[in-house]
Design a protein around this ligand. Structure first.
Ligand SMILES: [Zn+2]
Length: 292
C-alpha cells in the first residue's frame, strides 16, 4: 500500500537534547513525523550500544523509518588506498546503521578525477559490488543507497546512479532533488520535468522512493549551498502531486537549513494535496486511504 513518510536529516534544530536518541524521539513525539536520516557524516562516529538499542526499539514501537548518511568524503573511483578507506567508512556506517535498524546507508559515491565518465562508472560499479559483498558477508541487512550529486566534477548524475543501481543487486538510489536541479542548472521547475525524472526510475521497480528535499543555490550547473525550500526556485508541489497520482511509496527527507521546519512544511503541503483530492477540510499525511 502506498505510504508517505516525512522527516529531516539530523537532530531537529528545536530539540534540546543533542543526541540521536533525543532526535528520533522528538521527531516522533513533538513533530509527528515518521522518518529520520541519522548523520554519521563527521569522521568516525561511535554510538554506545545502549543508545543504538534505544533507537532501534523506539523506531520499531513507533513506526519510525531510519536512514543513515555515511561520511561525506568517500571515493569509490579513487586510488587503491582511497577506495580502501572508503570501504572502511562505509562498513563502519553500515554496521552502525544495522544496529539501529536503519533501512539504508546513504553514500556519495566518488569523483571522476582524471578518469573519463565511462572509466569512473566501471570503477564505481566494481567497488559498489565489492562493498555490497562485504556487507552481505557481515550479515548487514541495510541497503546501500547512492545519492544523486549536485556538482559537475562529482560522479552521480541521475542516469549514472540509475546505471549503478541496475548493475548491482540491492543498491537503491537516493533522489536528491536539489542536486538534480542544481546540476541541471535549474532543470526541475515544471511538473513535466519531474515526471521525466520519475519515468527514468521506473525500470528500477523501486518499492520506495527515498527523496532528499531542500532549496538550493546553484550556478552553471553546480550546487553552492542549501536554502530553505521557500527561498529556492524548485517547487515541491509537483513532486507531491506525482507521488499521489502514481501512488508511490515515498520517504521525503528535508535537508534544508531549516531541517524540521521544512519537514513540517512538506507535511503541510502533502496534507493540502490530500485535501484537494478528498474535498475535506482535514487530512493527515499518514492516512492515504481515501485517495488510494
Ligand atoms: Zn548526501
Amino acid at each position: 500500500m502506498t505510504q508517505i513518510r516525512i522527516g529531516q536529516a539530523g537532530i531537529p534544530l528545536s530539540c534540546k537534547g543533542r543526541t540521536n536518541k533525543d532526535g528520533i524521539a522528538y521527531t516522533h513525539n513533538q513533530l509527528d513525523l515518521n522518518a529520520i536520516e541519522i548523520q554519521f557524516v563527521r569522521g568516525l562516529y561511535i554510538m554506545a550500544d545502549e543508545e543504538a538499542a534505544f533507537i532501534k526499539n523506539f523506531a520499531e514501537e513507533n513506526d519510525m523509518e531510519i536512514h543513515v548518511h555515511a561520511p561525506y568524503y568517500i571515493n569509490l573511483a579513487g586510488e587503491a588506498d582511497e577506495v580502501e578507506m572508503s570501504f572502511e567508512k562505509i562498513m563502519r556506517a553500515a554496521t552502525m546503521a544495522d544496529n539501529i535498524g536503519a533501512e539504508t546507508v546513504i553514500i556519495h559515491p566518488g569523483f571522476y578525477g582524471e578518469n573519463s565518465e565511462k572509466k569512473t562508472m566501471k570503477l564505481i560499479i566494481k567497488n559498489v559490488k565489492k562493498i555490497t559483498g562485504m556487507m552481505k558477508k557481515e550479515k548487514i541487512r541495510v541497503k546501500l543507497a547512492i545519492e544523486t550529486m549536485g556538482k559537475q566534477k562529482v560522479f552521480g548524475t541521475l542516469d549514472e546512479v540509475i546505471e549503478v543501481c541496475k548493475s548491482v543487486k540491492d543498491v537503491v538510489p537516493v533522489i536528491d532533488l536539489a542536486h538534480i536541479h542544481a546540476r541541471g542548472n535549474g532543470c526541475l521547475k515544471e511538473r513535466k520535468s519531474f515526471e521525466e525524472m520519475f519515468d527514468k526510475l521506473v525500470p528500477l521497480k523501486l518499492k520506495k522512493y527515498i527523496i532528499h528535499v531542500t532549496g538550493v543555490l546553484y550556478e552553471d550547473g553546480n550546487e553552492f549551498y542549501h536554502l530553505p525550500i521557500k527561498k529556492g526556485d524548485m517547487p515541491i508541489a509537483p513532486v507531491i502531486e506525482i507521488i499521489l497520482d502514481r501512488k508511490y511509496t515515498a520517504t521525503l527527507i528535508s535537508e534544508s537549513p531549516l531541517l524540521e521546519h521544512d519537514a513540517v512544511y512538506i507535511k503541510l503541503q502533502v496534507e493540502k494535496a490530500i485535501m484537494k483530492r478528498t474535498g475535506k477540510e482535514e487530512a493527515h499525511y499518514k492516512d492515504l486511504s481515501e485517495i488510494a
